[in-house]
Design a protein around this ligand. Structure first.
Ligand code: F6R
Length: 607
């Protein structure tokens, strides 16, 4: 979603701001802009589309100045036009904003009555106009910004720049993250530390409700009650923040290929020294006393939860409810006693998941999260946050984060099972030994990339594709369909194989390829029957299975692919690879923007 950057220093701001915005491109955007102060005066440049358009504009209409703010906008209120692009300016103030101002209509009416009318369709312009209103009333810049912030409802990360104030930035955070970077006589602001990574590794993360007054040499932070707040300056690991493609054509290809290594890292973080025990952070609930686990997430993370439901129920004998965060938060479900709540999120900033967490705050026995960003809001607001150790994920379509989420959820399910007496020491040791072999098997699965490329050439011709799976493969089928539609724009749906006869079978015809995910496991025969039903109606099947499954399929499928054989419980992590590669190669064949698919944002910080 929108990205914010800010700079105060002794170098020209425009190139620094544009470079920092480039590092936020992965979040998704459709227009961009910067504003600077030069000779005491505010100037700005904005452009629709990719950042290269803004850079081109800056070549023809340069913007000097050693302080400034910048923004990549993912349109929410108003089309992606230059007029709607940030920074928004009203009189002596320019503002960049990530989030949604929920009461902007009331504010707009009030401002209009005071003679300040909006020129854009955005909610953000009201922030600039309101600040101007307070400036016009004689408030100094910082007070005008604070008075404005007091009036805002909704979620925001904001940065303000003022005409005549070349050594001042005001920043604020409520609901959307904001980081402040410390340099030598320079200060930076960024939606995340990735934006600032080559500039400084000394970062202060604002807390919820914080406001900051920043100059080249100082930062003063106040909490939501206006008290001076002492937020630590952390030294972040730039290595893990610096993301390049390492020779791959796309970040997504690189991130798919990284999976053996990052899964290995995730395993090592929780199963030290190749031991037979799982070590988790302090504060986990006593699973013997837990009667229900409620898991909440969005998108791919939701499918990771759906997968984990099988593990928690089958291995740990713990009843599980899984919900989509945007549904859960407004349904206001009653929470039965002795419920643990678990939130899964790569970014840790997804607005709906965060809101669901807050709903459960005083209702659940404990709040757990499985996150990739340890500094994220979801991690900070959890009783215990379990990092997935996937490293920075830049491709908008989640890949390595999904398999690391699965790995950590599997380990948590094993721990719960062991604690609850549902899993013996020997059975736990067996699971862990199989898990340790998994990165190698995933590496083997990656060698099937060329075969998946060949299949994708046919798949790219389709308008619709169906995915089928049973048991642990049902969430995988959902994930495969999501990956395909988000990056190749081919309409794809997934069904539990057993549901086929209850409606979707009507869709079967030779023009609709059916991808069947079916390892030769306890449910294999049933899935193969469903596959036969598809083929009997002229459906063309892509069978993704293992050697035994390929042998036993007994059918003339359109394409088939044999993955390494792994224990049933581990099939989701392995079968994620062909699901991802199929989508990737299909998108590359179709020539779509793999890493930044249209309309999508990496971190969905608005509901
Ligand atoms: C799909 C994808 C999204 C995210 C979803 C939740 O490839 O990436 O569906 O999984 O937006 O995001 P997080 O995990 O950051 O909460």
């Amino acid at each position: 979603m929108c990205g914010i950057v800010g700079y105060l220093g002794h170098n020209e701001a425009a190139p620094i701001l544009v470079e920092a915005l480039k590092r936020l491109e992965y979040r998704g955007y459709d227009s961009a802009g910067i504003a600077t102060i030069h000779d005491g005066h505010l100037g700005r440049r904005r452009a629709v589309g990719k950042l290269v358009n803004l850079s081109d504009k800056l070549v023809h209409e340069p913007l000097a100045g050693k302080s400034g703010i910048g923004h990549t906008r993912w349109a929410t209120h108003g089309a992606p036009t230059e007029t709607n692009a940030h920074p928004h300016r009203a009189g002596d103030v320019a503002v960049v904003h990530n989030g949604i101002i929920e009461n902007f209509r009331e504010l707009r009416e009030e401002l209009s009555a005071a003679g300040l009318t909006c020129e854009t369709d955005t909610d953000t312009e009201t922030v600039a106009l309101l600040t101007r209103h307070y400036l016009d009333q004689g408030l100094p810049p910082v007070e005008a910004a604070y008075a404005t912030l007091d009036r805002l409802e909704g979620a925001f990360a904001l940065a303000f720049l003022f005409d005549g104030e070349a050594d001042l930035l005001v920043a604020a955070r409520k609901g959307s993250p904001l980081a402040i970077g410390h340099g030598e006589g320079e200060m930076y602001v960024g939606s995340d530390a990735i934006a600032l990574s080559p500039l400084t590794n000394r970062i202060t993360y604002l807390d919820e409700g914080d406001r900051a007054v920043i100059t080249r040499t100082s930062v003063e932070i106040r909490d939501s009650d206006g008290r001076l707040a002492n937020r630590p300056v952390k030294t972040v690991d730039l290595g893990s923040m610096t993301a390049d493609k390492s020779g791959y054509k796309h970040y997504m290809a690189k991130e798919i290929a990284e999976q053996p290594a990052v899964i290995q890292t995730a395993i090592s973080a929780y199963v030290p020294d190749r031991g037979d025990r799982i070590t988790m952070p302090e504060g986990l609930p006593d699973f013997t006393g837990i009667e229900r686990l409620t898991m909440v997430a969005c998108g791919t993370a939701y499918y990771a939860c759906l997968t984990a439901k099988y593990w928690f129920e089958q291995i740990a004998r713990l009843p599980v409810e899984v919900d989509i965060a945007s549904e859960f938060r407004y349904r206001e479900p009653p929470v039965s006693p002795r419920t643990a709540a678990l939130f899964v999120s790569q970014s840790g900033e997804t607005a709906d998941t965060l809101a669901a967490l807050r709903y459960m705050r005083d209702k659940a026995d404990s709040i757990l999260s499985v996150v990739n960003v340890p500094e994220s809001s979801i991690a900070r607001e959890s009783d215990v946050a379990l990092p997935i150790h996937a490293g920075v994920e830049i491709g908008v379509a989640s890949t390595k984060a999904f398999s690391c989420q699965l790995t950590v959820l599997f380990l948590l399910a094993l721990k719960a099972a062991h604690d609850r007496g549902a899993l013996s020491d020997e059975a736990l040791a067996d699971h862990l030994s199989s898990l340790r072999a998994l990165p190698g098997q995933i590496q083997d699965a990656l060698t099937l990339s060329d075969a998946l490329h060949d299949i994708s050439v046919d798949l790219a011709e389709a308008r619709d594709v169906l995915f089928l799976g049973r048991g642990l493969m049902y969430p995988l089928a959902l994930e495969g369909a999501l990956k395909l539609k988000e990056i190749s724009y081919i309409h794809a749906e997934a069904y539990a194989s057993g549901e086929l006869k209850h409606g979707p079978i009507a869709l079967i015809d030779p023009a609709v390829p059916v991808v069947v995910m079916a390892p030769c496991d306890s449910l294999y025969d049933k899935t193969v029957s469903n596959m036969q039903e598809v083929m009997a109606r002229g459906g063309r099947v892509v069978l993704i299975t293992d050697a035994a499954g390929e042998k036993q399929s007994g059918a003339e499928v359109w394409h088939s692919l044999a993955l390494p054989t792994v224990p049933e419980a581990l099939t989701p992590m392995l079968y994620a690879i062909p699901a991802q590669l199929l989508a990737y190669h299909t998108a590359v064949t179709k020539g779509t923007d793999v890493d930044q698919p249209r309309n999508l944002a990496k971190s969905v910080t608005v509901e």
